[in-house]
Write a protein that binds this ligand. Structure first.
Ligand SMILES: C[S@@+](CC[C@H](N)C(=O)[O-])C[C@H]1O[C@@H](n2cnc3c(N)ncnc32)[C@H](O)[C@@H]1O
Length: 234
């Protein structure tokens, strides 16, 4: 059950993504200089063994316009399903992903039975959920025992010099460009703001463990601008 505050937050996030859906892909790739594509390839590399299994089922949560689901579907034989609560984002995904099943659903209450999926992925989605721990518990619920969780998310950069430069770009330049192109300055101010409030690498690893996952690990990407966290349902 979501609190009233969490419900309001969820509605605001939904409307924000609905408002920028048409410009999302263009801005994603431009503002990240296409590095986001390399980051998504790390997720498929981590799941290589599961992707090779034609009987495996993978759910990409908060799939948005589908870029991670495309990457996963293109790298193996597993059945990939994408889910997101924002229909305008899913409509763009549907045009790009004729072979991937798409389900409109809230990540906080997924319409799948317990113990369904061999792997669950979420890229740049966890940070947007109204309650990170409850979202992670929902992912744990739908994974089969032995199933794997892979989270790709912005994190805390630690490289001296580069970190400061990146933070300046992320907090001051990106919101201006993103705001001008999407005509939603607030969406691109929300991005650095939400990253600053999101747990850093170690805190997120601890939270994933507290939500029932074992073998929790993470790897930094591009000096910690992003990180991939992994865990297993025992
Ligand atoms: C930054 S986008 C990431 C999209 C995609 N995974 C990618 O890598 O480009 C975040 C996505 O999370 C979705 N989202 C946010 N909160 C959600 C929720 N409670 N349930 C389902 N989807 C949610 C948004 O609709 C949006 O498509």
């Amino acid at each position: 059950m979501l609190s009233e505050k969490e419900k309001a937050q969820r509605a605001a996030i939904h409307d924000m993504f609905a408002g920028i859906a048409n410009r999302y892909d263009l801005l994603n790739h431009t503002l990240s200089l296409n590095i986001d594509k390399r980051w998504r390839r790390r997720v498929s590399a981590i799941l290589k063994d599961i992707l090779a299994d034609p009987d495996a089922e993978i759910l990409d949560i908060a799939c948005g316009t589908g870029d991670l689901a495309i990457e996963l579907a293109s790298k193996g034989n597993a059945a990939v399903t994408g889910t997101d609560f924002c229909r305008p984002m899913l409509e763009i995904a549907a045009k790009k992903l004729p072979k991937v099943a798409l389900v409109e659903a809230d990540a906080m209450a997924l319409p799948f039975p317990d113990n369904t999926f061999d792997a669950v992925t979420i890229a740049f989605g966890l940070r947007n959920l109204p309650n990170f721990a409850n979202g992670l518990r929902e992912m744990h619920r739908i994974l089969r025992p032995g199933g794997r969780l892979v989270i790709l998310e912005f994190s805390k950069t630690w490289l001296p010099g580069f970190g400061a430069m990146f933070n300046f770009y992320f907090s001051h330049i990106l919101p201006r460009i993103g705001g001008a192109v999407s005509r939603s300055r607030s969406a691109y101010e929300y991005l650095p703001d939400s990253v600053s409030k999101f747990p850093d690498q170690q805190a997120l690893a601890a939270l994933v463990g507290q939500c029932g996952f074992s073998d929790v690990n993470y790897v930094d990407l591009t000096g910690g601008i992003a990180a991939v966290h992994t865990g297993t349902k025992a």
